[in-house]
Design a protein around this ligand. Structure first.
Ligand SMILES: Nc1nc2c(ncn2[C@@H]2O[C@H](COP(=O)(O)OP(=O)(O)OP(=O)(O)O)[C@@H](O)[C@H]2O)c(=O)[nH]1
Ligand SMILES: [Zn+2]
Length: 348
């Protein structure tokens, strides 16, 4: 295909900075997302991944998609833009195959013998089986919420960093022997949403941690700070998945609310839940082991309905822990209520 001609015939496409969703179907009120740039990242773990950076019309945060599989293509990234050159497209990451020194054409990969095709009128990528992941495939997906402490500060208060690593390993492998889980065989997506602290931000999460050290659980701490238990919104994640041409999700989660929220019929369907069992539960020599994480998991199971069925191996006896917790929490609640009503020191 002569891509320069193609370019001139699609001047009307992509008039807006922010593009449409997925295969162009009804987006049912989802935010508009636009993949701004994509690049190949060779990893220390094995496979190359393709990092996608998104803008959107809901917030000004840089949400990300970590894509395993070169053929999972962002529709908004690949769509032809008026007047752009093949070099522009390669720089944005809208190329097939791999870049190499001296490459001049984005839409064709001579080495693979493959070429992308586009609608002459709209500039939309025409997804063919040879070049593009099929929207009907069941795709392993993790929708991950940012957690600075768990990902960068070696926190043993939560398992976010561990879950992030594990999601990548599961997507890369065919089959995880220890759990029997069928992997993604190199195809899948980790959507990385910038909703730190279940949406309350890092500063507020740190305050919540101090309340937890004073005896509150994660749910109580959020409520004491006058935040919802979970302030997250997964609609940006859905819009990103649709933009990537994903239709059937095998969702890595224990969170029933996430399963409910991710469905967006008829375009996006959670066809399977793949459990995220803490590594320490299956191998006591590995994974995070701390009394804080046990409290965190306990609260998830007992107060947030997370689908974790393994018995908790608490550092202390379950019943006495519950009794102690109730006592401490009552005390803390009283102290906190008093503090909240009499002074502004804990006000947000
Ligand atoms: N407010 C608050 N946020 C937390 C706390 N611990 C972890 N987080 C945040 O929780 C988010 C991770 O969500 P989780 O509820 O742990 O897990 P999930 O993603 O809902 O569920 P899974 O898919 O099963 O992992 C990240 O944004 C973390 O920053 C906490 O104690 N308080
Ligand atoms: Zn975390």
């Amino acid at each position: 295909m002569d891509n320069n001609n193609n370019n001139s015939s699609i001047q009307d496409s992509n008039k807006n900075e922010i593009g449409g969703q997925g295969d162009g179907g009804d987006d049912g009120g989802l935010p508009l997302v636009q993949c701004v740039a994509r690049a190949r990242i060779p990893t220390t773990q094995g496979p190359d991944i393709f990092l996608h950076l998104y803008s959107n019309n809901r917030d000004n945060k840089e949400h990300l998609a970590i894509v395993f599989g070169e053929d999972i293509r962002s529709r908004s990234l690949f769509r032809w833009r008026p007047q752009e050159t093949q070099q522009d497209r390669m720089i944005r990451g809208a190329y097939i195959g791999k870049l190499y020194p001296g490459r001049t054409v984005a839409d064709e990969d001579d080495r693979l013998g493959l070429a992308l095709e586009f609608d002459d009128t709209t500039g939309e990528l025409l997804a063919s089986k040879a070049t593009t992941w099929d929207v009907r495939n069941r795709t392993l997906v993790r929708i991950h919420s940012e957690c600075y402490t768990g990902e960068n500060a070696w926190s043993a208060r939560c398992d976010c960093g561990e879950q992030f690593d594990r999601a990548g390993r599961l997507i890369a492998c065919d089959h995880e022997v220890a759990s029997g889980i069928k992997g993604g065989s190199g195809h899948g997506v980790i959507v990385y949403l910038r909703q730190e602290g279940r949406g309350i931000g890092l500063g507020e999460k740190l305050k919540a941690y101090n309340l937890q050290d004073l005896g509150a659980d994660t749910v109580q701490a959020n409520l004491m700070l006058k935040h919802p238990v979970d302030a997250r919104d997964f609609s940006l994640g859905k819009a990103i998945l649709l933009d990537l041409g994903i239709g059937n999700i095998r969702l890595l989660t224990n969170n029933p609310e996430k399963i409910k929220q991710v469905d967006h019929a008829p375009l996006l369907k959670c066809v399977e839940r793949v459990p995220m069992v803490p590594i320490h539960w299956t191998n006591s020599n590995e994974g995070i082991d701390s009394k804080e994480i046990e409290g965190y998991l306990r609260t998830k199971i007992e107060r947030m309905g997370h689908l974790l069925t393994e018995p908790l191996k608490l550092h202390t006896n379950v019943q006495s822990t519950e009794a102690n917790q109730t006592q401490t929490q009552t005390q803390t609640q009283k102290q906190m209520n008093a503090a909240l009503s009499s002074t502004s020191t804990l006000a947000i």
